[in-house]
Design a protein around this ligand. Structure first.
Ligand SMILES: NC(=O)c1ccc[n+]([C@@H]2O[C@H](COP(=O)([O-])OP(=O)(O)OC[C@H]3O[C@@H](n4cnc5c(N)ncnc54)[C@H](OP(=O)(O)O)[C@@H]3O)[C@@H](O)[C@H]2O)c1
Length: 354
């Protein structure tokens, strides 16, 4: 069997492998998307895999082609995003695929970029059999999901994370908020921190908890890539000895932080995803501005009955105006329950379109 005659099965398997590759690129590629690629030789054997390198480095297709070498000729390239047709900091991936002599290119998600898109059509014009939309729903719900939503909204994707008791308290009345959630939940948050481009808090959280806001491994060591730390501080209240100012990672202290302004500034800096770690005042402001896209909540089986709630005033007074979310994942993690829910798009969520 040759590359152009391969059945769908090995190509679909290769797409799943490419999606797993894309996961490895999460958090390290912005403003470029995290993409995975697999090269099959003409007999359908996997001869190369790759994922997007940090911005300015090789794209996934190029990494996979490098691994495949001459075995790519006459074979199939399987990519989670349409190969780019644009010269940015690297040459177009379409050219690399043509030079390598692949006969078939299968991709999952069309590239939404006006400059980068059109790669599939150009490959087809050059006689390459092109399969568009393979496992598109799975791939667009995978590693590339946050980047795709950022492109649609023209602002970074915002994931609001909080840990609370079952009665919704994020801290006790005496101000202690450490150890609300289990050790496993806290380890999960460390993984998340490594997957998004920036971590954001209000100055109230810095004053109350003095968090480091770094990504650390299971041994507590800093991981190789650190997200940008962002502190919203309108009146210069950040204590100079705060851990976020310790130099372990880059920190941006923003003093004109309407949600729209801060997200625009982060977009211009190449940030495509933000983990909003609170606290309740800033979360309320971002929700009210239509600037929260997804929520991850760690609910601990504890009750307090007093202390700040996860969300401060959003200006919503009637149930008809409640922000609607769609639950996309529920799992038990340590002694807690972790919920992930997407916020249904509101008109305010489109205010960044430009
Ligand atoms: N369990 C959890 O998941 C969790 C997470 C985070 C925090 N917490 C707890 O939450 C409590 C702190 O709550 P908090 O509400 O004070 O924290 P916060 O939301 O992190 O900080 C609020 C402060 O941010 C500043 N800010 C800057 N830009 C803002 C904007 N656009 N909109 C609103 N505020 C803006 C304001 O101070 P200025 O006006 O001076 O700029 C405001 O007082 C602590 O007890 C902490 O332990 C818990």
């Amino acid at each position: 069997m040759t590359g152009s005659e391969l059945t769908a099965a090995p190509i679909a398997d290769a797409m799943r492998l490419a999606m797993a590759q894309a996961e490895l690129a999460l958090g390290a590629t912005s403003p470029n998307p995290p993409v995975g690629a697999v090269i099959l030789d003409p007999d359908g054997v996997v001869v190369g895999v790759g994922h997007t390198q940090p911005a300015g480095g090789a794209h996934a297709e190029v990494m996979a082609l490098r691994a495949a070498g001459d075995r790519a000729r006459g074979g199939t390239a399987v990519v989670t995003l349409e190969p780019c047709n644009h010269t940015g900091r690297t040459p177009p991936c379409v050219d690399a695929l043509l030079v390598a002599g692949v006969r078939v290119v299968a991709y999952a998600v069309p590239d939404p970029g006006a400059r980068e898109g059109g790669g599939g059509a150009r490959l087809a014009e050059r006689g390459v059999r092109t399969i568009a939309g393979l496992l598109a729903a799975d791939a667009s719900g995978g590693a590339i999901r946050w980047w795709l939503q950022a492109q649609q909204r023209c602002r970074p994707f915002v994931l609001w994370k909080f840990a609370s008791t079952l009665d919704g308290r994020v801290a006790a009345a005496d101000g202690s908020s450490r150890w609300i959630s289990s050790v496993q939940s806290r380890a999960d948050v460390q993984v998340l921190r490594g997957q998004l481009d920036a971590i954001m808090v209000g100055v109230g959280t810095v004053i109350a908890d003095n968090p480091a806001l770094t990504a650390r491994d299971r041994a507590g060591q800093l991981t190789g890539r650190q997200p940008l730390r962002v502190v919203l501080d309108r009146s210069g209240r950040i204590p100079p000895d705060s851990q976020v100012l310790d130099g372990a990672a880059t920190t941006m202290v923003v003093n004109e932080p309407t949600p729209a302004a801060v997200l625009s500034a982060l977009w211009d800096r190449g940030i495509r995803s933000v983990l909003l770690e609170g606290g309740p005042t800033v979360a309320g402001a971002f929700l009210q501005a239509g600037c929260i896209d997804e929520v991850v909540a760690y609910l601990a089986p504890k009750l307090l009955g007093a202390g700040p709630l996860s969300l401060a005033d959003t200006g919503i007074t009637t149930i008809l105006d409640a922000v609607e979310l769609d639950l996309i994942d529920v799992r038990r993690i340590g002694s807690d329950v972790r919920l992930v829910a997407t916020v249904r798009v509101t008109p305010a969520g489109n205010e960044f379109a430009r």
